[in-house]
Design a binder for this molecule. Structure first.
Ligand SMILES: [Ca+2]
Ligand SMILES: [Ca+2]
Ligand SMILES: [Ca+2]
Length: 177
């Protein structure tokens, strides 16, 4: 009976360990703990917290370039409703609004003034990201902006964005999509 008990404990420990392993290597930083308990903010917002909320898919407190790109590319594809490989303004804004709606729903909020403003800002953002002003936001434009965004946030240049990156005062615009 004693042996069986020990075996069960060992088995339980193994299950726990593999569950942790599935959650990726979690560095034991305070930031990692906080991020794990935070709800996802799929529509983003301003600042590092919003960035982590949007892109830190494994919730370890850091956004790797791979995580960032995976979410970004998935959003672009999901937004391209007519499948022509580019996002029109309508597609771009609709994709954003879908995420915003989900965020409001998750937080139990009703669409308000801030919601309307966020949608307006999405239209403004489209004007900024669609550099060529041809109404077609391309994957290449998206990738170029993503490159700049990531580099501007990864201030200690270690290939991932986390609380370990000293942030400059907020003055950037168009980086919060
Ligand atoms: Ca991560
Ligand atoms: Ca399209
Ligand atoms: Ca970094």
């Amino acid at each position: 009976m004693k042996i069986l008990h020990t075996t069960l404990l060992a088995a339980a420990a193994t299950v726990l360990l593999s569950a942790c392993a599935g959650n990726a290597p979690a560095p034991s930083t305070p930031g990692a703990q906080a991020a794990a308990g935070q709800p996802a903010r799929p529509a983003g917002g301003h600042g590092l917290d919003a960035f982590l909320g949007s892109y830190d898919t494994n919730r370890d407190g850091a956004v790797t370039r791979a995580e960032f790109d995976a979410v970004r590319v998935q959003r672009f594809r999901a937004g391209d409703k007519n499948g022509d490989g580019v996002l029109s303004e309508d597609e771009y804004v609709a994709e954003f609004e879908g995420r915003l709606k989900r965020q409001y729903f998750d937080e139990g909020r009703q669409p308000d003034k801030a919601y309307e403003n966020s949608i307006k800002q999405a239209h403004v953002r489209f004007g900024i990201v669609n550099r060529a002003r041809d109404g077609k936001f391309t994957a290449a434009e998206d990738a170029a902006i993503a490159d700049k965004t990531f580099k501007s946030l990864d201030t200690n240049n270690d290939g991932s964005v986390s609380k370990a990156d000293p942030q400059r005062p907020p003055q950037a615009r168009g980086n919060d999509s």
